[in-house]
Write a protein that binds this ligand. Structure first.
Ligand SMILES: CC(C)(COP(=O)(O)OP(=O)(O)OC[C@H]1O[C@@H](n2cnc3c(N)ncnc32)[C@H](O)[C@@H]1OP(=O)(O)O)[C@@H](O)C(=O)NCCC(=O)NCCS
Length: 174
């Protein structure tokens, strides 16, 4: 099966209803750590993300070939040469089809090619198997264990990953 083409672009007002809708997906909310919030409040949150994004956060919509938003990728941090990668696919019925891996890969490509970063790092609780498998599959260097973390209510600890532009071999999303 041909994989869906994914594209990263700035968040737009038209994404807010879809993103807010993910708040009705209990499984998704537990994994992402979203608190129970009304749809209206979540919609307002996403509108604010578009109009007044937090300092240091570059949050990009992951768009499929139909122009629909299927996730978002974060490149976060105040250091202009180095950012933390984050990635989310929603809602949960989309999980397990390879979108997460390709979104994360597109995030690395964007960070190195569009932002000209020297280094991208990421962390995930060891218990977040999907996230850890993605980060390992991207061949980021595993740089050790961080502090304690909780995933789905269970105690875990963070695993740290890092890749430098010089070691980055590129991806299919380019
Ligand atoms: C993590 C997340 C992005 C994965 O998205 P996805 O579209 O399911 O990812 P993929 O389909 O590319 O799967 C990636 C790997 O995880 C595995 N996987 C997916 N869901 C899994 C699950 N529930 N349990 C164990 N492994 C799982 C897949 O088999 C695949 O491994 P493989 O390539 O070795 O077969 C998605 O679950 C999500 O948005 N979670 C909430 C946010 C989050 O945890 N983000 C990561 C931290 S920044």
């Amino acid at each position: 099966m041909t994989p869906t083409v994914l594209h990263l672009r700035p968040l737009q007002h038209r994404d807010a209803p879809a993103l807010a809708g993910w708040g009705r997906d209990e499984l998704f909310c537990r994994h992402v750590g979203w608190a129970a919030t009304s749809s209206a409040a979540l919609h307002d949150f996403w509108v604010r993300q578009v109009e007044d994004p937090p300092t240091g956060l570059i949050r990009l919509a992951v768009e499929n070939a139909d122009g629909g938003v299927v996730g978002y990728v974060d490149l976060h941090g105040s250091n202009p040469g180095e950012k933390e990668l984050g990635f989310v696919i929603g809602p949960s019925r989309r999980w397990g089809a390879g979108l997460g891996r390709r979104a994360a890969e597109a995030g690395l490509t964007y960070g190195f090619k569009e932002l000209g970063l020297d280094c991208i790092w990421a962390e995930a609780p060891a218990a977040n198997t999907a996230s850890v498998r993605i980060l390992r599959s991207l061949q980021m260097q595993e740089t050790g264990e961080g502090g304690p973390g909780v995933f789905l209510g269970e105690d875990s600890h963070y695993l740290h990953f890092r890749t430098k532009r010089a070691d980055w071999t590129g991806s299919r999303e380019r």
